[in-house]
Design a protein around this ligand. Structure first.
Ligand code: HEM
Length: 361
């Protein structure tokens, strides 16, 4: 699916699902591969991830998590985001991803969850290893590393949850540890999946939006200047950054029922669809001159970047505040920012970003 209207409709279509295991077996679903038992530790951490669940399990866990993303709690992160961005922006020449976007984004999500940042490097390494499992061509070595990372991440979260059980704090980890769904507490596997998906989803896309977006701005100096001159608000620019070069390119959906027709094609139960976000965001039916990078574009926020339907990004309001604060700080403190080296793509497709982005102030 490449068109905006169709991708949008698929995201909202309840006959499609991120998972099929609640309605059928692997034999019935053509493209399904049995989960490799050697990778069990990885699949265990996915089992209760919001991204892997469908109703009614999805509805229950999403409701608990949504309580942490009330407009008030997200708004309360605005000042801390600005303070962190100012504190973490390096001097001289630096890698915008490794030295600014990553430490910043991990600090923000850790703050929301109440996770200490002393293990930030491990959190980043585990996350980078695990998200390779979402790519189309994961190698055996990557799958092995993802499994090891999942096991270490699980042990870390179980220990953290235990600490919060003994000494509760005013944070999201404690609230999840104490939460009850229909009278029952979340089990350890449920807690582990929920906390891991928040930590991983909470920085991978944000970091790559900053990398892809700042590169786009530096390649279009006129657009960067509009930010420096205060002509376009950073929060408006963020929408065009996500539209023009989205950090997440492809999401999949399974066809769960018979008789589904999409975009004029009959699609059988058991088939798998690819929704191409990058293409939808450049659909000329919605965006005039779609290939033009235009940070003041009136309808940029109609991009598909945060998804839609029941899995719509729960972190979108936070991502918007966080990205605007990082961009605003960059423009204010480093108005003369320039590329120090030609960047390379990270060779992943689903999680679309750069290997590094060396810049100079
Ligand atoms: C620019 C940054 C971000 C982008 C582009 C993005 C994009 C997305 C998209 C497209 C989905 C839906 C996937 C699907 O329908 O299959 C999603 C889901 C999700 N996102 Fe984000 N995201 C971003 C930032 C964040 C942040 C900061 C957080 C956490 C604080 C977060 C947490 C989540 C979670 C937990 C889900 C799963 C929701 C569910 O399945 O119910 N994301 N995100």
């Amino acid at each position: 699916m490449t068109r905006h209207a169709e991708v949008r409709a698929c995201l909202r279509d309840r006959r499609l699902g991120r998972n099929f295991r609640h309605v059928g077996t692997e034999d019935e679903f053509d493209a399904a591969e049995p989960l490799d038992p050697r990778r069990q530790a990885f699949w265990d951490t996915e089992r209760w991830s919001l991204l892997w669940l469908e109703p009614p399990e999805h509805t229950r866990i999403r409701k608990l998590v949504a309580a942490a993303f009330t407009p008030r709690s997200v708004e309360s992160l605005r000042q801390p985001c600005h303070a962190l961005a100012r504190k973490l922006l390096p001097e001289g020449e630096f890698d915008l991803l490794r030295d600014y976007a990553q430490p910043y984004s991990i600090a923000v999500i850790c703050r929301l969850l109440g996770v200490p940042t002393d293990r930030a490097r491990d959190l980043l390494d585990w996350s980078h290893a695990m998200v390779k499992m979402y790519e189309l061509d994961t190698t055996e070595a990557q799958a092995e590393r993802a499994t090891e990372a999942a096991g270490e991440f699980r042990d870390y979260v179980v220990a953290l949850a235990e600490e919060r059980r003994l000494e509760p704090r005013d944070d999201l980890v404690t609230r999840l540890v104490e939460a009850r769904v229909e009278g029952e507490r979340l089990t350890d596997p449920q807690l582990v999946s929920t906390i891991i998906v928040l930590l991983n989803a909470g920085h991978e896309a944000t970091v790559n939006t900053l990398g892809n977006g700042v590169l786009a701005l530096l390649r279009h100096p006129g657009q960067w200047q509009r930010l420096v001159d205060g002509e376009v608000d950073p929060s408006a620019a963020v929408e065009e950054l996500i539209r023009w070069d989205p950090p997440l390119q492809l999401f999949e959906r399974w066809v769960l029922e018979d008789g589904v027709e999409l975009a004029g094609h009959r699609v059988p139960r058991g088939a798998k669809l690819a929704l191409l976000f990058g293409a939808a965001n450049r659909d000329p039916r919605v965006f005039a001159e779609p290939d033009a990078f235009e940070i003041g574009r009136a309808n940029a926020a109609e991009h598909i970047g945060f998804g839609g339907g029941i899995h719509v990004c729960i972190g979108a309001p936070l991502a918007r505040i966080e990205l605007a604060a990082a961009l605003e700080t960059l423009v204010a403190q480093a108005p003369g920012l320039s590329l120090a080296e030609e960047p390379r793509r990270n060779r992943a497709f689903v999680i679309w970003g750069l290997e590094a982005l060396r810049v100079a102030r």
